[in-house]
Design a protein around this ligand. Structure first.
Ligand code: LMR
Length: 412
């Protein structure tokens, strides 16, 4: 007996531009392949590291053999406090006075999705007062991480685009960005990359952040800072400067942060959503609503990743070890970034790639065209995102020369 066709009108959905590419990479049998596509850090041996701090925390947890009951809907208070201290800083007055609502989420993507769904509730609660009939709006950078638009569109938002990358000069189009912010209606959510802008690797300077924050405040816009790479640009504290400046400016700041990359815990899906409110009482109401959003999506969060991160962040020697390992990852990417530019220059390619040295984080917006990216993949097994984004954290001293050869070849 065959099953009756229930999906005759359902179209085949296109593959995800990043995760779909990753699937194609896994299926590729060529030995020389290199995955410059997905934002994942691999070490000098081309392997996904298990950090020593994570291994030690894991052993301690295994010995303690704790039962796996349900976590609170928002995650444990130890985790929430540890996240707030890391993200907002030890000295944060907002944190100390209990004005921040924090929930554990399924990675940074989960933070964005829970944040989007919660924002719809806030928007609906404001509608009787301002008569607004339109959909909630979110503004994202051009370009941005591929999934940003999809997450917010799927959640029923109208997605606006603000200028970000000035491709000709390899810098931020700050005047265009500010002009766009000036044009938005009060209450618009503005998605900003706290550091290590994905995909360009081009970040805002301190002065540019100050101008943006002044505009956000004057126009009553709500920043939603996506921070998936804290510690991958300069340091844990420097990379959180935008978050802290927004919070100190008294703006109702939303932050989604992820521990996927910084702890090499991709598959644990561990992150957090934090919302800065005006008072402890407001934070309690905000938290109560977010808990409903979580409960009606997946009930409550998983235990293991949160237990690892909590333990590492709150145990001084594990914390020191983790910071050292994070520094090593950051410095290795930096070395590879410079080595690639030098290797391309040695091959006398016509383009000057020095701008790549000024970018930060895992990525570089290389300027490679979709056709060149396709050629890299087909001819050499080097996988990059078709926008030209390449992940420098996949380079190591063994594959760098080959990758430089491939790039030089497609540039000819
Ligand atoms: C990326 O940008 O490659 C990573 O954040 C992985 C992902 O989920 O897309």
């Amino acid at each position: 007996m065959t099953t009756a066709a229930f999906f005759p009108h359902l179209e085949l959905a296109p593959g995800d531009p990043i995760l779909g590419l990753n699937e194609a990479f896994q299926a590729d049998t060529r030995e020389q392949k290199v995955n410059l596509g997905i934002g994942v850090y691999t070490d000098e041996n081309g392997r996904l590291p298990i950090l020593k701090a994570v291994q030690e925390a894991e052993q301690a947890l295994a010995q303690a053999a704790r039962p796996r009951g349900y976590l609170p809907i928002q995650g444990t208070s130890v985790y929430g406090q540890a996240v707030q201290t890391l993200v907002f800083g030890e000295a944060s007055h907002t944190r100390q006075s209990g004005h921040i609502a924090t929930v554990q989420t399924l990675g940074g993507t989960g933070a964005l999705k829970i944040g989007a769904d919660f924002f719809k509730r806030v928007f609906a609660s404001m509608a009787p007062h301002n008569g607004a009939a339109r959909r909630p709006q979110v503004a994202i950078s051009t370009p941005s991480w591929e999934n940003h638009r999809a997450i917010f569109e799927t959640s029923g938002f109208e997605v606006l685009d603000y200028p970000y990358y000035d491709a000709a000069n390899h810098c931020v189009d700050i005047e265009g960005l500010l002009r766009a912010l000036e044009s938005y209606a009060p209450g618009t959510l503005v998605l900003l990359h706290a550091c290590c802008h994905n995909p360009t690797g081009v970040d805002l300077s301190h002065e540019q952040w100050i101008r943006i924050i002044n505009t956000l405040k004057a126009r009553q816009l709500i920043p939603f800072l996506d921070m998936a790479y804290q510690g991958f640009s300069q340091s844990l504290d420097d990379d959180a400067q935008a978050v802290r400046l927004c919070a100190e400016a008294g703006i109702p700041t939303w932050v989604g942060n992820s521990f996927s990359k910084t702890f090499s815990l991709y598959g644990e899906r561990i992150g957090a959503l934090s919302i800065v409110t005006a008072s402890a009482e407001e934070a309690t109401r905000v938290l109560s609503q977010i808990k409903q959003v979580i409960r009606t999506n997946y009930s409550n969060p998983p235990t293991h990743g949160a237990a690892l991160v909590s333990r590492i962040l709150t145990t001084p020697d594990l914390r020191a070890l983790w910071e050292q390992e994070l520094t090593e990852m950051r410095e290795r990417i930096h070395t590879m970034r410079h080595a690639l530019v030098d290797a391309l220059a040695q091959r006398k390619v016509a383009q000057n790639f020095d701008f790549v040295k000024r970018q930060c984080g895992m990525f570089s917006y290389s300027g490679l065209s979709p056709a060149q990216v396709d050629q890299l993949r087909e001819a050499f097994g080097f996988y990059a995102v078709r926008t030209g984004r390449i992940c420098l954290a996949a380079l190591n001293t063994r594959n760098l020369e080959r990758v430089a050869d491939g790039i030089a070849h497609v540039l000819m």
